[in-house]
Write a protein that binds this ligand. Sequence first.
Ligand code: KG4
Ligand code: ZN
Length: 364
Amino acid sequence: MSPSEMAHETIILGIETSCDETAAAVVARDSAGRGRILSSIVRSQWDSHRPFGGVVPEIAARAHAECLDELIRDAMAEAGIGFERIDAVSAAAGPGLIGGLIVGVVTAKTIALVRGIPLVTVNHLEAHALTVGLTDGLDPPYLLLLVSGGHTQLLLVHGVDHYTRLGTTIDDALGEAFDKTAKLLGLPQPGGPSVEKAAKQGDASRFVMPRPMLGREEAHFSFAGLKTAVRQRALQHAPLSDNDVNDLCAGFEAAVLASVADRCGRAFDLAAEMLGEPVADFVVAGGVAANQALRQTLRDLAESRGSRFHVPPVELCGDNAAMIAWAGAERLARGLASPLDAKVHPRWPLDATAPRAIGAGVKA
Ligand code: KG4
Ligand code: ZN
């Protein structure tokens, strides 16, 4: 790339500390809206949380504070640039665990203040939602399935800062259902990859699980009943052999795929009504989008609907800071920088106007 081309690039440092991954990345966005990743470093805290069987918020916040400076230094070194080349700094300001969010946002504010550059605080969910702009150069509108440890949502992405929520879970998020299933079957955390690996070796026809929400009018999800079904089958067959565990995981995953495909199919119809034309692009993002069987099922669904399918590479499905930097760059390009007293938002829906879904334990 020539120096004049480089001059038209905005270089942005991204920081992610909303849950149990500390991440820093440097991303460039050119004036035509194309992005490239100069560095992206993710450090998982799982070894610190493993003895407790889940993420402990205080441990997470402390672990972020302990390693974030070093991670930023490493991300800058890997990108091969100094702070004088950074044009803006972005950090996830929610949704997530408040202690971790404060660590990331205060660090970003400090850099912005000392360097005299813009601060952009971003919604972590928006960062997942916009990742395909960085990886595929895809522009909205598109239909998005966002599946992570804390969220399961179907969204119509109209543009940066503009989302219509078509569906959400009325109880557990999909990643949470994978994690809880792994826990009850004695598989290591994070549960998604463990359940996926076991399911690959299992027989899905041995334990047929309920397919939640099939055929429902609204594009909502529910996974709590499925988790209970796995528990009941596990208790009936205890003590479980490795084969039993594999078959239970395969049965669970098959039910998940059937339910998710049905709910996404409904969202295709709702989105088409809203857009006044068929959905041209379908995107899946978030940590659970790393699941190969889910990717294939949703690719097939998109194809059957005459729609193009997009999913980020596996390393950009889970939490990372490249997506935060990119969302920051996209916002900055639209004049959406943040004030230096910007707040963190432990709860921060992408579509604040969406009504609460009916059901217990609602996740907006
Ligand atoms: O997006 P993410 O990294 O963090 C949140 O924002 O929540 O998503 C993490 C979730 C976890 O629940 C994890 O078990 C799940 O994504 N996950 C998977 C797979 N890899 C990660 N679930 C199913 N299959 C996978 N291969
Ligand atoms: Zn996430």
